[in-house]
Structure formats: structure tokens, C-alpha cells
Design a protein around this ligand. Structure first.
Ligand code: BMP
Length: 227
């Protein structure tokens, strides 16, 4: 069975425990493309549950959403703490190339870890800075040449612009589906590869069922937009 183009955001303990989140990842390992573990999960649960998740999700993509935004040297130190457990990390792009993303990108290549850069965010305030500066942000992204970028499912127009500017070679990951209002599939119709979805799945009484329903909605949306 082909995994649905969903990356599940694992942000903080539900079901009362870190083990509950590891169980969600274990149960959904074959259903979705991967998981994005956030700072709340890493800080509250530590590295052991992360290692457990790594060993239980098979080939699923495991992303550490560290939202790095620092000088290169420090970003490298932060990633070094999780590098043995994850396939990819997320950094902000507004910190720029020289002395920041150039250094972290170089080190990640050495460690065989994918870099994902934020081009814009799903909340309203992202329009105040990120969206107003999309052109220079895209210039930075082009210099870094990351594996993937984040663009908002809540504003599919931005996804289309990012896809047009960066071409087909980069993965676009789109958060904002469900709890933040975007509908499943719309971001993919606009050019995203994967939809990042957290609470609609992790806070559902039946996360597997929630994934199934979201996957159906994605397929329906794709049929509509590709018609
Ligand atoms: P939810 O589906 O529960 O709203 O979760 C969205 C996830 O995507 C969270 O982990 C959040 O940190 C992340 N995210 C986001 O919501 N907007 C962005 O622009 C970038 C993100 O990484």
C-alpha cells in the first residue's frame, strides 16, 4: 500500500504520555510518508522516545522541526544533538546564507541529513514579513539548495509561487491543514508534495481512522483539481 502524502506533526504529549506519541508513530508508520517531531516533544520526552520512533517507523521520514534560526556554528551544534535519530531538520531561511545556512547545509551533507527551509508560514502574521520578502527568501533558498521547503497550506497562492520559483526538484511540505483551517488536498493541488498535519490526527480518538479520512479527502481534492 502506498503511503499517503501526509507528514504527521508530533508536537506534545497526548494520551497522557510520550509513549502515546511513539505508539501513534508506530501505528501510522506504514500509512503516512513520515513524521515531524517538534521542540515540545524533544524537550519533554528526550531522545529515548525519538530513538524508539526511529526504530519503529521503518523507512518513514523522521524530521526534527527545530526551526533553527541562529549563526551557523550554533545551528550545527543543535543538530548534532539529534543527528543520529532523524533524516531531516527544519531551519528558518530569514537568517540568510553566509555564516548561517551555508555552514549548516555543508555539515548536514556530511551527516547525510536533509535540510528543509521555511519559505513562509501558515499563521496570519507570516504575511507581515515572510510573504512581503518572498523574493529575497527564494534567493536564499536557491543558494542553499535544500532538499525541501515549508510553505503554507493556508495560503495556497504562496505554494504556487514557491513551486514556480524553485521548480520540481525541491519537496514542498505544507502545514496548516485541519486545525488551522486548510482542507486536505488543497495544498497538494497548489503544488505541494506533502501536507503536514498534527492535531487533527494526534488528538483524534482514533489516529489511524483520522489518517484514512484525510487521505480520502486528499484523493478527492486531487481528482477535482486534476480534472
Ligand atoms: P497542526 O496540524 O496541529 O496545526 O500542526 C501543524 C504543525 O506544523 C505544527 O507542528 C507546527 O509547528 C508546524 N508548522 C505550522 O503550523 N506552520 C508553519 O508555517 C510551519 C510549521 O512547521
Amino acid at each position: 500500500m502506498k503511503a499517503s502524502p501526509i507528514i504527521v506533526a508530533i508536537d506534545g504529549p497526548v494520551l497522557g504520555s510520550c509513549q502515546g506519541l511513539v505508539k501513534i508513530m508506530t501505528d501510522l508508520g506504514n500509512e503516512v510518508v513520515g513524521f515531524k517531531v517538534g521542540i515540545p516533544f524533544i524537550m519533554q520526552c528526550g531522545l529515548e522516545p525519538l530513538a524508539a520512533a526511529r526504530s519503529r517507523i521503518g523507512n518513514g521520514l523522521l524530521i526534527a522541526d527545530l526551526k533553527l534560526a541562529d549563526i551557523g556554528d550554533i545551528m550545527v551544534r543543535v543538530v548534532s544533538l539529534v543527528k543520529d535519530y532523524v533524516d531531516a531538520v527544519i531551519a528558518h531561511s530569514f537568517v540568510g546564507y553566509k555564516g548561517a545556512l551555508d555552514e549548516v547545509s555543508e555539515k548536514l551533507k556530511e551527516w547525510n541529513i536533509k535540510l528543509i527551509l521555511v519559505t513562509s508560514m501558515s499563521h496570519e502574521g507570516s504575511q507581515e514579513l515572510y510573504d512581503r520578502n518572498l523574493d529575497p527568501i527564494i534567493d536564499v533558498v536557491k543558494k542553499v539548495n535544500p532538499w525541501g521547503v515549508v510553505a503554507p497550506a493556508t495560503r495556497p497562492g504562496i505554494i504556487s509561487l514557491v513551486r514556480k520559483a524553485l521548480g520540481a526538484g525541491v519537496k514542498i511540505l505544507a502545514p496548516g491543514v485541519g486545525a488551522q483551517g486548510a482542507r486536505p488536498g488543497d495544498a497538494i493541488c497548489a503544488g505541494a508534495d506533502y501536507e503536514i498535519i498534527g492535531r487533527s490526527i494526534t488528538e483524534s480518538p482514533d489516529p489511524k481512522k483520522a489518517v484514512e479520512l484525510i487521505a480520502l479527502e486528499q484523493e478527492e481534492a486531487l481528482r477535482r483539481c486534476r480534472r
